[in-house]
Write a protein that binds this ligand. Structure first.
Ligand SMILES: Nc1ncnc2c1ncn2[C@@H]1O[C@H](COP(=O)(O)OP(=O)(O)OP(=O)(O)O)[C@@H](O)[C@H]1O
Length: 199
């Protein structure tokens, strides 16, 4: 069983994913994979350098992420180009990790943590979808606090994504992360038990 875990920016996806990990769940993390596929010398890194030029490299040959981010944030065609380079490699590596976990233990559900699970349509390939939910006000405050950004900047980042309320209809399980961590942990434990009973 493959379970997609998603949320909105700063709704608590990393927090919840860590709780699943502590219960022994195998986690495949799209953010971690996205960083490893662009390490110097890897095919995605080579494609990025040949398209965007050596100017986007730091002195240690790693990609200057803020600089590349600045280019693609304001240019949809360049953003598409970058996505077309990175996404297939992330998908392939994520698939490889999922298959490896399932080979080792076919009866243990694998949790795939994907920030844009719904936006990218990847949710269709999941057996179950878990959404980590907080209301927009809580999301705003936690984002401002975590990243030390203004209300305006935080709102801009939230508004760049699909509204969290709209994501609810795609989810088999909604984890309400508005309360304390203990309340969230109890929901995680309940869902993990249920997922395990389904395999
Ligand atoms: N139940 C909670 N109560 C209070 N603070 C929380 C709770 N859950 C998460 N937080 C805090 O909210 C912030 C956002 O959480 P987290 O980083 O887990 O979100 P995320 O969804 O992974 O974010 P992103 O998608 O931006 O990476 C963090 O500072 C975290 O410590």
């Amino acid at each position: 069983m493959i379970v997609g875990l998603t949320g909105g920016i700063a709704t608590g996806k990393s927090t919840v994913s860590q709780m699943f990990r502590e219960l022994g769940a195998p986690i495949v993390d799209a953010d971690v994979i996205a960083r490893t596929v662009v390490e110097p010398g890897r095919p995605a890194w080579r494609d990025i350098v040949s398209h965007f030029g050596e100017d986007i490299l730091l002195s240690d040959r790693t990609i200057d992420r803020p600089k590349l981010g600045g280019i693609v944030f304001s240019n949809a065609a360049e953003r598409d180009k970058l996505n077309r380079i990175v996404h297939p490699r992330v998908r392939k590596e994520a698939g490889r990790q999922v298959a490896e976990y399932l080979r080792k233990d076919p009866n243990r559900p694998v949790i795939q943590d994907v920030p844009l699970l719904i936006e990218t349509g990847l949710y269709r390939q999941m057996d179950k979808v878990i959404l980590v939910y907080v209301d927009e006000q809580t999301q705003l405050h936690r984002l401002m606090e975590r990243d030390g950004v203004s209300e305006k900047e935080a709102m801009k980042r939230i508004r760049a994504q699909m509204p969290i309320e709209d994501k609810k209809s795609y989810a088999d399980y909604v984890i309400d992360n508005r309360g304390g961590l203990d309340q969230t942990r109890r929901q995680v434990m309940r869902i993990w038990e249920e997922l395990r009973s389904l395999t």
